[in-house]
Design a protein around this ligand. Structure first.
Ligand code: CUA
Length: 328
């Protein structure tokens, strides 16, 4: 095979391989290269800014890469000797002005557009107090804890009223590490930084929206996910009322078990931590409190700021495993 034909077939092979690779990414779930479908006004504005910036960066990418490929082909060495010098060029005032002014104009356009969109991203629309609610969101290794205005608590599953402004206080525990609260359908991420409270908001129709921790926070970071369950106002009220009326019940207890303990433990086999089935600690109020509040070895203090009721709720659910669990 002549060298030029071999080169061309290699190039065709490499190009096809590259195209195949990126096609998968482009068509992957949740939008691929694009943000997932926006379900909150601030997310729509973030999408607008993304598209506006992407138009410029896309055109620049095509221009630069196109010129690169064109020049590689057009000015390839061919039959010239490897030591031949190209023509020596110095200075072109007109060209230099053009490549300074155009980027300045592009940056000014992007800056103006983003600053124009920003207030609608950061500030929630004004609403009557009755149509607003605030949920405190705590980031812990490796779970999300939600505290509602009436004192109700849930873990890894946030319930919220539909079509209303929901304010989110994203709180980093002073004794924990960085996490980042991210519901892709609601737009941007919000960091949970130890000792700080950050604010964000959403206003979404009924539905389930996936939540993720977007900050590498330790061995089970990949499993620090949850869901925002947006439901009609009456259903939301029922949920927080029932949860607040039964703060030590198995409703919360089961969420604590699956959201907190099960991130690292299984009943019948060693996982990140030891197997727990049949462990008398699961029914020992004092022992489990000490462990949750202080941690032990590699285990973080996952319940350091829990109320006594939260610990009671966990015991109410886990005591069954102390007797009937498998393993040892
Ligand atoms: Cu929390 Cu990653």
């Amino acid at each position: 095979m002549p060298p030029s034909v071999r080169r061309r077939s290699l190039a065709a092979f490499a190009t096809s391989l590259f195209a195949l690779t990126v096609t998968g990414v482009a068509y992957a779930g949740n939008g691929g290269f694009l943000p997932s479908e926006a379900h909150s006004p601030n997310a729509h504005r973030i999408d607008d800014a993304f598209i506006f910036v992407a138009i410029f960066t896309g055109l620049i990418f095509l221009g630069v890469e196109g010129a690169l490929i064109l020049f590689i082909v057009k000015y390839r060495r061919g039959k010239r000797s490897a030591t031949a010098e190209g023509p020596q060029i110095h200075g072109s005032t007109r060209l230099e002005i053009v490549w300074t002014v155009i980027p300045v104009l592009i940056l000014a356009a992007i800056g103006t557009f983003v600053f124009w969109e920003l207030p609608g991203i950061a500030d929630a629309p004004k609403a009557a107090a009755a149509d607003e609610t605030t949920v405190n969101i705590e980031g812990h290794q490796f779970y999300w804890l939600f505290r509602y205005p009436n004192g109700a608590i849930s873990i890894d599953r946030m319930v919220a009223p539909a079509d209303e402004v929901v304010h989110e206080n994203v709180i980093g525990m002073p004794f924990d590490v960085n996490h980042s609260w991210w519901v892709p359908d609601f737009g941007g991420k919000m960091d949970a930084i130890p000792g700080r409270v950050n604010h964000t908001w959403f206003q979404a129709p009924s539905g389930d929206y996936v939540a993720r921790c977007a900050e590498l926070c330790g061995i089970q970071h990949a499993h620090m996910d949850g869901v925002v369950h947006v439901v009609p106002r009456a259903q939301y009220d029922d949920f927080i009322r029932a949860r607040a009326a039964d703060p030590t019940g198995t409703g919360l207890g089961q969420e604590e078990w699956t959201g907190v303990c099960e991130k690292c433990h299984r009943l019948d086999h060693v996982y990140i931590g030891p197997a727990l089935g049949g462990n008398p600690l699961l029914a020992n109020r004092e022992g489990i409190e000490t462990l949750l509040r202080n941690g032990q070895g590699n285990m973080p203090a996952v319940g350091k700021n829990w109320t006594d009721a939260q610990i009671d709720a966990l015991i109410s659910y886990t005591k069954q495993f102390a007797k009937t669990g498998t393993g040892s």
